[in-house]
Design a protein around this ligand. Structure first.
Ligand code: Z5A
Length: 215
């Protein structure tokens, strides 16, 4: 990867606490003098936000096939990488993204059962040369995740209405992925308190990339 910045991604099933932990990490980085760029997928660009609306909320998205869904997530990513992430990394920024390629591998590849060779190929095309330096997979049991979701959501979107079996497959998919990529992925127990989860994330960064927490 020919860049001077640093790319962090957060992954996990719905309600695992990604957004909360991203805010905590960003706050910590700011006190260390950084200006992290916070992004989310799908979305993060004007075109990507339209794709997000179609994928999650628009009535027109209800009939999407798994293949069309995969390509739309990839289209949003392709735009985000080239319009925002790559330029920010080239400028030396720390970029934190709420979901990235691993969401496609797990949600479309594992849970929707699309051939992993196809998801890998499409992921690679969408990402170009950008890869996360480190990925935090926040793992939480389904009962806890469900409880958090029902407390924080008035209405569930198209994907959040999937079955328990779907979300169990997502959880197992992430656990397998973390096992297969120990060099990049840090598995975090996200059933703990917000503070304890945040401490584990900072400890991992301090151990693997100590310079990142200094400026
Ligand atoms: N998707 C896909 O299928 N393929 C792809 O390639 C991509 C995405 C990129 C995007 O959803 C959907 O797109 C997602 C996967 C799919 N669908 N699902 N399901 P999204 O962006 O709308 O939402 P999300 O990514 O699933 O996450 P979320 O619902 O926003 O949750 P979160 O960010 O992980 O959690 P949170 O907002 O930080 O926390 C949820 C609540 O729990 C909140 O009230 C917090 O205060 C509370 N919380 C958080 N941590 C704790 C702890 N530790 N203790 C107690 N309470 C907590």
């Amino acid at each position: 990867m020919s860049t001077t910045g640093f790319f962090i991604t957060f992954e996990g099933s719905e309600g695992c606490g990604k957004s909360t932990q991203i805010q905590c990490l960003a706050e910590h980085l700011r006190t260390s003098g950084h200006e992290p760029l916070l992004l989310r997928e799908p979305g993060g660009t004007p075109a990507g936000e339209l794709i997000r609306h179609l994928l999650q909320h628009a009535p027109e998205g209800e009939a999407l096939t798994p293949e069309a869904e995969l390509l739309l997530f990839a289209a949003s990513r392709a735009q985000l990488v080239r319009e925002v992430i790559q330029p920010a990394l080239d400028a030396g920024r720390i970029v934190i993204c709420d979901r990235f390629m691993d969401s496609t591998t797990v949600y479309q590849g594992v849970a929707r059962r699309i051939d992993p060779a196809q998801t890998d190929l499409i992921n690679a095309f969408a990402m170009g040369s950008v890869r996360p330096h480190i990925t935090f997979v926040l793992d939480v049991d389904r009962a806890t995740a469900r409880q958090r979701m029902s407390a924080s959501r008035a209405k569930l979107d198209r994907i959040e209405r999937e079955s328990e079996a779907f979300f169990e497959a997502v959880r197992q998919g992430y656990l397998t992925l973390a096992q297969n990529h120990p060099d990049r992925i840090v598995l975090v127990d996200a059933a703990q308190s917000i503070q304890a989860t945040g401490r584990d994330i900072l400890t991992s960064i301090a151990n693997k990339y100590p310079d990142l927490l200094k400026k």
